[in-house]
Design a protein around this ligand. Structure first.
Ligand SMILES: Nc1nc2c(ncn2[C@@H]2O[C@H](COP(=O)(O)OP(=O)(O)OP(=O)(O)O)[C@@H](O)[C@H]2O)c(=O)[nH]1
Ligand SMILES: [Mg+2]
Length: 190
């Protein structure tokens, strides 16, 4: 089996870095020197997409696509979502309001998916940069604001995108959900 996975989330959340950590091939990235307010956060930013591949064994593989975080490139989100079979939202815990980021990306994805449901996992990065590392705020938020396009429960992980081990946890959870989602979508044979 082969599935396309789309990584979304704000600038600096670690989408490109996670794909670099996970990919078994050299990642094709479209990072360029950041200008405007993004330059205050980081040197480079994705302007089009990142592409990587992760082999799962047994011939299964994940095609990994990273979207640009900057809203001015949001036309790419529409293109990338079309082929996505699974979603990752990356959140930067050190951002001023990561719950607002979560609300923003779930809102936009809801609009882009137009009633479709997909497996979703959430990775929370940069927890090393804040004294309060609890993920309870995200779990509470998701309980109060169910994500309509998420197929099943949403696994939530603390992730340092620079570590393959951390990023892999997201992919293991997502691969299991993808398999389940596709089996359930198949017609039952008598
Ligand atoms: N300290 C710390 N740094 C991290 C963590 N995760 C990722 N980073 C770093 O954060 C920076 C952001 O990385 P990118 O992967 O470029 O972010 P992005 O989400 O692709 O951002 P855009 O392409 O601009 O939307 C990189 O320097 C990463 O190495 C983390 O958990 N802790
Ligand atoms: Mg990027």
């Amino acid at each position: 089996m082969e599935w396309s996975i789309l990584f979304m989330g704000p600038v600096g959340a670690g989408k490109t870095e996670a794909i670099r950590s996970l990919s078994d091939i050299d990642v094709l990235d479209t990072d360029v020197a950041a200008t405007d307010e993004t330059a205050l956060l980081k040197e480079k930013t994705t302007v089009s997409m990142d592409v990587g591949v992760m082999h799962l064994g047994g011939g299964d593989k994940l095609r990994l696509y990273g979207a640009p975080g900057q809203g001015r490139f949001d036309f790419m989100w529409e293109i990338l979502i079309e082929h996505a079979r699974g979603l990752v939202i990356m959140l930067n815990h050190a951002n001023p309001d990561p719950l607002q980021d979560l609300a923003f990306y779930t809102g936009r994805l809801k609009g882009l998916l137009m009633g479709k449901t997909l497996p979703l996992v959430i990775g929370v990065t940069h927890t090393d940069e804040r004294p309060d590392t609890s993920l309870a705020v995200y779990q509470d938020y998701l309980r109060r604001n169910p994500v309509p396009f998420a197929a099943g429960k949403i696994p939530l992980f603390r992730v340092d995108a620079r570590r393959r081990h951390d990023a892999s946890a997201l992919m293991v959870a997502l691969a299991a959900m993808l398999e389940m989602h596709e089996r359930l979508a198949q017609p039952v044979r008598a």
